[in-house]
Structures are given as structure tokens and as C-alpha cells.
Design a protein around this ligand. Sequence first.
Ligand code: 6R9
Length: 650
Amino acid sequence: MSNETLSNLLNEERRFEPPAQLAAAANVTADAYARADEDRLAFWEAQANRLSWAQPWNEVLDWSNPPFAKWFTGGKLNAAYNCVDRHVEAGYGDQVAIHFEGEPGDTRTITYADLQREVSKAANALTELGVRTGDRVAIYMPMVPETVFAMLACARIGAPHSVCFAAFSAEALRTRIEDASAKLLITVDGYNRRGAVANLKPNADAAADGATTIEKVLVVRRTGHEVPWNADRDVWWHELVDRQSDQHTPEAFDAEHPLFILYTSGTTGKPKGILHTTGGYLTQVAYTHHAVFDLKPETDVFWCTADVGWVTGHSYIVYGPLANRATQVMYEGTPDTPHQGRFWENIQKYKVSILYTAPTAIRMFMKWGDDIPAKFDLSSLRLLGSVGEPINPEAWIWYRQNIGAGRTPIVDTWWQTETGGIMISPLPGVTTTKPGSAMRPLPGISANVVDKDGDIVPNGGGGFLVLDKPWPSMLRGIWGDADRYRDTYWSRFAEQGYYFAGDGAKKDNDGDLWLLGRVDDIMLVAGHNISTTEVESALVSHPAVAEAAVVGAKDETTGQRIVAFVILRGGQVEDAALDSALKDHVSKEIGPIAKPKQIQFVAELPKTRSGKIMRRLLKDVAEDRALGDTTTLTDASVMDLIASKLPHAG
Ligand code: 6R9
């Protein structure tokens, strides 16, 4: 990436120091970096000791067969025991684990003692259904507490779970079931979405019909509407689970026992089943949740708005927070049901103190307008987090001003399904933050930016983000495909032995990191590499713009030309004057080379269910071609709307 085109983000001069009060009582202080640098393995050993082990490990890290890591070899533990039972045994059974808020407004309060009973009953039920240690269980569930019970019940008996987003199709579910040869499918009759019932059972049935490995389908009753029923295969959760004993003795499993498989779609080819194991994964998610969110289990209320079917839900709704005895909010529905202030109403109602959400949501709130959050009491908030995409500096500032009252720190956390836990992030009590930067690797984590030859770039340079040392929650492979694991992540910089994350990044003059999006999305305009993130951030820094997605479309003269899809903030009018004002604004912010050739005003952007913009589809539209695979899209009709608005460029 050429430096001249990357000056925009690095001109960001605003700085935010940690609030003194937070810094004074922070869970993790600056010395953690030095301690971890001095002896990385001893550092992670100390973090592993935050958990309860049935048998201690012999070796912290076995890296004798890279890229296949083993952490805490010989150690034994049970993940569900660590997330539930030990808190009850320590006298915290009455502490609320989950405040569940259904979309229609129904609520459930689940204490740690309740959680222990529910997980134990579910574990007994799975055993009765014939699930044994090592068997795979597919979970096709929405945001309801039974999803957490089911995941922990699997962990408790050592049966790796494979959670599949409730919004995925029957076919997507079927391929995931088959790839993992799952024996049991756990699903739900339906769930509430946008004021209506989303019917899940027919999809689950279609997938189970096509997947020969499924023996039984366990069905949670959430909505109570009538569903098709196959008496040979289907079992109601309330009939089977409710009659089980609420006592269950957890067995300790090897630190490297598989905990779960989670599929990432990627852009091409069949989904990759990312494999995570028990000891290292739980160590890193517990530590990072403690360090990055500064959780005080006695007083904080944590809310991660991700879906549990995404890795963020696995690590920061289920395993990290519960290992740390958090009290958290779990919300079933969408942010605009029944009104656009629902998130803020939830925060006010449960006095949420730590909020973890995604840039896509933040930009949507910007679009809806500042007056909506202003109607609610958000004074309980003390820390805000972001994950999923680069956060544009203006969205960062909006978040801090409008949600955090200008006083809460923001932790922009970079990580992946493959990394299992947070890798790059500020520490809220230590780091002076820069809007738009994830700052630096956490204590015990090592990352760098290299050029195409794998040479480390100096401060001020840009290139590819790599992870140059193994970390405890790293993926242990792709389920059933060791070669693909090596090829995908370790072949690009094989000589150096680096893990290639697939993201572009820039190191500023202080050595802090700025993530620039997937390298596949980087545009090449008249010989210049331009990152989509930079142009999008420039557009979002214009007061009329809420959200932008930029793609490089084929162009005869310049190789690629920049096409921008722009969502305006509430009350703005799209006209020719604004069109040229936005082009000039980008030109001024970054340089004439980055000026979009074409701007298209749109109402929505195509996104995956986890909120990432699917630029690939926008590129199809910009290049006037039939759309590629749209199966991971939240709402496929969005593309028709966008395509119908774009004047065909030819
Ligand atoms: C946790 C999660 C991983 C990809 C990752 C990167 C993007 C995530 C980010 C970020 C910039 C951040 N990403 N967090 N980019 N800043 N704070 O999102 O996992 O769904 O596997 O996606 O998301 O491109 O490579 P996953």
C-alpha cells in the first residue's frame, strides 16, 4: 500500500485518556505488557490459573509441530464447571447470570444456581439421547437462554457443539451438519423478529431430512405456534429436559479436547469449520474479557449485542463472561422493535454498564438520529466496545458522545473466529485511545505488519497484518482438513512462520495499529492501492453521511474506479450538490486519486448476519453482473433495491 493514499486515518489527531477513576481501579494495569514481554508463557500460565483445573498441565505450550499448537498439555478441566458450578460453590448462586429480554417484552431472570440446574438437566438429557463424549451436536437456535444451556451442556459432557446462525438457510445448515457429522440437532419452534414469528422448524426439518447423520432433533418451545412434527425423530425440550435430574457431575477433559466447531463462510468455497479446544480457549477468552472490559462481577452489567451464532457470542456472551461470573443481558430481537430506541431502553432498564456492539449498529444509530438515544438514561454506562469491522473515526466519536456521554472509554477490539479471543485492543485503564485505531496487541499477544515479502514494515508503513507467535485461543485447525488449514493461514508467510490474518493494516508513527479491512477488498486505482476503509471513513466524516461502502469496479482507463454506496443521516436530502460535495470531501481528505467516480445514495447496504458489509455483491452491481452467492445475506431484497437505483455503467 502506498503511503500517500493512507494519510487520511493517520491525520486523526484526537486523543482520549482513560478516566482517572477507571484507571485507578482497573483490572489490568500497564505493567502487564512488560510482564508478558519478559516471559510470555509464564504470563499465560498465570492467566490459566484464573480457571479451575482438575489436573494441572505439564507444559504451557507445545509448538513442536507447527502450525498445530497444544496449550496446557496434560491439564484437565471442564469448561461448563468453570462457567457455572464453581461460582455456585463459591457462594454466588443467587447472582444473576442472564437477564433475558424477549423481543415482545417478556423477561426471564436466570441466576447462576438456575444456570447450574438447567445445564445439568440438559446434560442428562443429551446423555439419554445417546450423545457421548466426542460426538458433535448441531445447534440451530436464536437468542434465547436455552441456546446457552445447550452449549454448556455439550461442553459439560465433552460433545463439541457446532452453532449455526438461526438466519441461515436449511441448505447452509445441512452442509454444516454433514461436514461435522453431527448426530443431534437442537433447534426451536420459532422466535420473535421484527414483531413477527420467524418459523425455524421447517428449515431444521429440511436440513435433518438431507443430513444422514442426524438421529434426533431436540426442539425448544419458544413461540408456541404450531409446527410440523416428526414423531420418530423430534423430541420436545420441555418434555425431555424438564424431567431430568438437576444433578450432574462434570467430567474433566483434556485441555486439548475439542470444545466447538464454528463455521466461517469466507468469500469462496465451502465454509471452514474452525476448531477450538478447551483449556487455551477458555484461558484467553476469560483473560481478555477481564482485561478489555474491566469487568467487576459484583457491580457491572455486561451486554454484548452479538448473536450467539457468531464467534463474538461464543466468546463474549457464553464462555468469557460466564467464566468471569458476569451478570449480563441477553436480548432476542432487533434494535428497532417496537421502536428505534429499544437498545437504549434495555440499557436504562437493566442499568447496563458495559456495552459491546458493532460498527454496523453504531452507523445505523447515527442514521436514525441523535435524538433517539438522548431520550433514555444511559448514565449507567462506563465502558463501550466495538467489534466486527474497522470503526470509522466519526462513528467512534458519535458512539462516545451520544452513547457514552463523552466520558466512557471505547475499546475497539480486533480479532477473528480463528483467533478465538480478542487480540488487538486498548486496555481501558491504560491506553490513551485514538478514534479508529485498535491500538496494539494485548499483553501476551504478538502481531505485526509486514510487506509482501514478509518483512516487517517500519512505523508509518502499511501492509499485511500477521500474528507472529502462537496464542492460547488460536484455532487448532479446520475440521477434517489439515491441508486447508495450512494453505489458508500459514502458506502466505511460510518462510517466516507467520499466521496471515487476511487483513490489511497500517502502523502509525507511534507503532499503533489501524486495521484497513480485508486485503481482498483493497482497490487498485491507476496504480495506487487504496483501502476501502479509508475512503469509507472519509465519507462518514462528512456530516451528511451515516454509512458508506466503497468498491473498486473495473475501469478501462484506471484499472479500477471507485464506486461509493452512501447512506445519509436522518433528514439529509440526496441531490446533485451533495453528490459533488461528497466527492470533493474525499478528494480533500485523502487526495484526488481516492475521489469516487460514482456515488449512489441507498437506504440499506448488503450485510452478513454478523453485520459485515458484503462488498463483493456491491462490486457485482457496480460491474453490472449477476449477483454471486447471497446465502449469507441478512436480507436479499436489499440487493434488488440497490441494483434498481444504480444507473448501469456498462
Ligand atoms: C470477531 C469477528 C473477522 C474479521 C477480521 C476483520 C474484521 C473484526 C475488527 C475487524 C477492524 C476490528 N474485524 N473486528 N476489523 N477492526 N475491531 O468479527 O470475527 O466474524 O471471524 O471476522 O472481521 O476483517 O479479519 P469474524
